[in-house]
Design a protein around this ligand. Structure first.
Ligand code: FES
Length: 321
């Protein structure tokens, strides 16, 4: 038996068991979604001691669902929002462009999420999708309402259904929020990077930081594919508040070099979040890991990704027709 201190409380732990098993036995709830190192829901901070990270270490954090107890240690769990399963309905659907819908789901109970977290969303007759909660393009939000930006390339089946029906009245089930994203300390520069079709979580993060951390230094780097008229409202809103998005080609073999050139002074005192597909994140993350910056992945994975992961084809996978 070794001793594991979790959020200041001592929990008995067996060497070799996962931090998650020890935490659950100690009465701590951690939301796990994927069980495959994809969803980042169980990322915890190692404060001190010895942990077998099992390949999941990013700076001082590990994934509790994979990392193992290896000796006495202290860990800290993120402040978590409670997992909710709710039934709601579509309260508004706005077609922004040929490739983008703004979808509002309303519930009878309030929902609570952090920027970068996602929900399982189930429409009748459609496979479950993972959708990142976000804000409307005009920065609006409503009580008891979740707003999702539905991009054609990201969730093609859902997009097609919304496009066909135009007006969806049916009930919708959601479970979440999953994922571990938080804005952290005001004194660290906040670097937000979005890959193709992944503006929603970064928009949620940028808006939250602009509103809640006005003095914090912010850097917003967007893949050039996001420079689209349909997002102009977002860019204008940010520009007016002193955050100017920088667009660059962040895909392909040179992605890390390009990112490095845009962030020449990156240090361990920076905090970076990258939202995108497996391949996008893999292409840029070394820049943050090498600089020892605090770093978080906001991985956009859909149910079809799980199949891809098992067959090792995630990097080249295209959404199913
Ligand atoms: S449950 Fe561990 S990363 Fe998803």
């Amino acid at each position: 038996m070794t001793s594991l201190i979790i959020n200041g409380e001592r929990v008995a732990a067996e060497p070799g068991e996962t931090l998650l098993q020890a935490a659950e036995r100690g009465g701590f709830a951690l939301q796990c979604d994927c069980g495959k190192t994809q969803c980042e829901s169980t990322r915890v901070t190692v404060v001190s001691g010895t942990i077998d990270s099992n390949g999941t270490r990013l700076k001082s954090t590990v994934l509790a669902c994979k990392a193992k107890v290896a000796g006495d240690a202290e860990i800290r769990l993120p402040a978590s929002s409670e997992l909710q399963s709710l039934k709601g309905h579509v309260s508004a659907l706005r077609r922004v462009s040929d490739d983008l819908f703004e979808l509002r789901l309303s519930f009878t109970k309030p929902t609570s999420w952090r920027p970068g977290q996602y929900y399982h969303v189930e429409f009748r007759g459609l496979e479950r999708v993972n959708l990142f909660a976000s804000f409307a393009l005009d920065a609006g939000t409503e009580f008891n309402t979740l707003i999702f930006l539905i991009e054609r390339a990201n969730t093609p089946d859902l997009f097609e259904m919304l496009e066909k029906k135009g007006d969806v009245k049916g009930r919708v089930g959601i479970t979440g929020p999953y994922g571990s994203s938080f804005l952290g300390h005001d004194d660290e520069r906040l670097i937000m990077v979005a890959g193709p079709d992944n503006l929603a979580p970064i928009w949620a993060m940028a808006l939250s930081s602009v509103m809640g951390q006005p003095r914090r230094e912010k850097v917003l780097l967007l893949d050039q594919s996001l420079k689209q008229g349909q997002f102009q409202q977002v860019f204008t809103w940010l520009n007016r508040r002193g955050v100017s998005p920088v667009f660059a080609d962040l895909q392909g073999a040179q992605a890390a070099d390009k990112l490095q050139a845009l962030l020449p002074d990156l240090t361990e005192f920076d905090m970076a979040y990258v939202a995108g597909s497996h391949s996008f994140i893999a292409g840029v993350e070394d820049v943050f890991v090498d600089a020892q910056a605090t770093y978080g992945r906001i991985l956009n994975f859909q149910p079809w990704d799980e199949v891809a992961m098992q067959t090792g084809k995630a990097a080249t996978l295209e959404p199913a027709d």
